[in-house]
Design a protein. Structure first.
Length: 289
């Protein structure tokens, strides 16, 4: 297993903690998203200054970085609003359609034709997601505002992966993360003001959870995922991110005593099989060289 793959695995494990913390309902989803970005930015800034990673080599890169920051913040905000108006299961499943959008957008806008292994892996993984959440749950979905917000979240996530892949090819990860998170923080601040969210008055446990989100779910997780995105195909990264549903379920069983059903275990195996399929073709090619 290469370093980018290890980084991707660890990064996904870190972001999988986020849904578990949100389920504790210690703060609203939008506020947790804001502090997740703000805390991570506050910690990364002195590190970037110490490592001399604050200065942009090309000021023109500020615009695409801003786009990445707003896309990421928008995805979090839309995802949370979708959850508040439907269910975490529906919002998560619809958001996880992002690998399809990554493949389609790569083909249309980047002239990159995803390999057959990607489409096969995506099909298998999505079948696994359907088994994981349950057919009955899917049949209960309503074509309402929350449904389309879930779809929008997946679109935003896909666009972010593709745009950040392009930006990361031209600059170092720390500088990208710093400026991207600054834009995300400012954007989420105004989103919270618009929805009249309170920025203070939380319990000690809530502040602790916000700190964990900022350090683990954002700073550590996305430094690792950004590194993987820089080194790997965007299609593979996006599909691999589906596994966070599995890790989130395992962590929920550990920390909030949620039970893991047999159906979820079967769905998890299918999802992992789909993800593994996207890497299998590369191994075959290497052996033939």
């Amino acid at each position: 297993m290469t370093k980018p793959r290890i980084a991707l695995f660890l990064g996904i494990l870190c972001i999988s903690i986020f849904p578990v913390i949100v389920r504790m309902n210690l703060t609203s989803g939008l506020i947790s998203a804001f502090y997740r970005m703000a805390i991570a930015t506050a910690i990364l800034l002195p590190i970037a200054i110490y490592k001399d990673k604050v200065r942009l080599e090309n000021i023109k890169m500020l615009f695409p970085i801003a786009v990445c920051g707003i896309l990421f913040a928008s995805d979090i905000a839309v995802w949370n609003i979708s959850i508040q108006n439907s269910s975490a299961t529906q919002a998560t499943l619809l958001t996880n359609l992002s690998p399809i959008w990554v493949g389609v957008f790569s083909f249309i806008f980047l002239s990159y034709r995803p390999k057959k292994s990607f489409w096969l892996g995506t099909l298998i993984a999505l079948m696994g997601m359907i088994v994981f959440v349950g057919i009955e749950t899917i049949l209960e979905f309503k074509l309402d505002f929350a449904f389309f917000l879930g779809i929008l979240s997946g679109l935003l996530y896909a666009i972010y992966i593709l745009v950040s892949k392009n930006v990361l090819a031209k600059m170092n990860i720390i500088t990208f993360m710093l400026y991207s998170m600054i834009f995300s923080t400012v954007f989420l601040f105004f989103i919270n003001v618009f929805f009249h969210e309170s920025f203070v008055g939380f319990s000690e446990k809530a502040w602790y959870s916000l700190f964990v989100q900022g350090v683990v779910c954002q700073l550590i997780a996305w430094l690792l995922i950004s590194y993987a995105t820089q080194k790997m195909r965007a299609t593979r990264v996006s599909l691999s991110l589906l596994s966070q549903a599995i890790f989130a379920t395992i962590l929920a069983a550990i920390f909030v005593n949620e039970k893991i059903t047999n159906v979820q275990m079967i769905g998890s195996v299918i999802i992992l099989a789909g993800i593994a399929t996207t890497f299998y073709e590369k191994k075959i090619v290497r052996k033939s060289l």
